[in-house]
Write a protein that binds this ligand. Structure first.
Ligand code: HEC
Ligand code: HEC
Length: 244
């Protein structure tokens, strides 16, 4: 999948760029003669510099999930967004940004970014007519057999009968995709969709029949079970405690 190649390339660039700042501890970077980088608290500037390359300049349209999606912001709380931003997601392209996790941002800067994301993109009524959405975090372990049935009912119309791609969407069982995405991010994507790319949220796969929390958990374990089991690289890349 080309988008994932781009994402990885962006990640490498971001790392290289960060490396050049980190190279001279205590000295301001060349482009910040007035304010040292760790003092910048402007949320838009911090987002543009650290997040836009992967999550999109306008909070959407990047290779990685849209953080500016009001549905995402309605189901993911600040503590979760701050934790992921601080510590990253190991085994994926999502870097750790907090200084205590080896990144370059202070806790205050991370809080400013998350506050800024909410101020710019959250909508209080995002879920007004939605009933209660499936919870952000999985409850229970999910049933992959049932997940295959859920896939057939909710996903195959676009992603093809076996998930290898159809007329309206590409493969989601591609091993290079699945090896680099966490189960949580699969879950988030199923619940929130990628509306800017034509991927519906949990209400829109089958119009008039929203997915239940069990449907979401089951289809995610079914997808996760398509990860190549025999490739050692992918298992060593799994986040700690992640399901393979
Ligand atoms: C090099 C690319 C890259 C950059 C830069 C990046 N991210 Fe991410 N981010 C990702 C990817 C890929 C994922 C999905 C990881 C996974 O599989 O769980 C992700 C996931 C996330 C998630 C969790 C999404 C979910 O499923 O709930 C949050 C929150 C997040 N990023 C915030 C940020 C913020 C804030 C910044 C800037 C400070 C940032 N990211 C910068 C690539 C990136
Ligand atoms: C109406 C069509 C449609 C339906 C139904 C649909 N998707 Fe998608 N999905 C898309 C499109 C379009 C994309 C983004 C472009 C692409 O990957 O082709 C996408 C992307 C994805 C991605 C990858 C996201 C990324 O960041 O690369 C996953 C995972 C996914 N869908 C899972 C599912 C699952 C699971 C279901 C069923 C519960 C489902 N989709 C139902 C259209 C659909």
């Amino acid at each position: 999948m080309m988008r994932w190649g781009i994402l990885l390339a962006t990640g490498l660039l971001a790392t290289t760029a960060c490396g050049s700042h980190g190279a001279a501890p205590g000295r301001p970077a060349a482009d910040s003669q007035v304010i040292p980088p760790s003092r910048i608290l402007d949320a838009s500037a911090l987002y543009a510099r650290n997040c836009a390359g992967c999550h999109g300049g306008d909070g959407k349209g990047g290779a990685a999930i849209a953080l500016g999606d009001p549905v995402y912001l309605a189901i993911a709380d600040d503590a979760t967004i701050i934790r992921v931003t601080s510590d990253g997601v190991s085994g994926t392209a999502m870097p750790a940004f907090a200084q205590h996790s080896g990144g370059l941002l202070t806790d205050g800067q991370i809080e400013a970014i998350v506050r800024g994301i909410r101020v710019r993109w959250a909508e209080p009524n995002a879920l007004r007519d939605a009933g209660s959405p499936p919870p952000y975090a999985a409850q229970g372990s999910g049933d992959p057999k049932r997940g295959a049935t859920v896939f057939g009912a909710y996903c195959s119309s676009c992603h093809g009968a076996s998930g290898r791609g159809g007329k309206r969407a590409s493969s989601i069982v591609d091993s290079s995709y699945l090896a680099l995405v966490s189960d949580q991010n699969l879950r988030t994507t199923v619940i929130v969709g990628r509306p800017e790319m034509g991927a519906p949220d949990w209400r829109g796969d089958l119009p008039g029949k929203p997915m239940s929390p069990e449907d979401v958990s089951d289809v995610v374990v079914w997808l996760a079970a398509q990860r190549p089991q025999s490739v050692d690289l992918s298992s060593s890349l799994r986040p700690e405690g992640g399901t393979r």
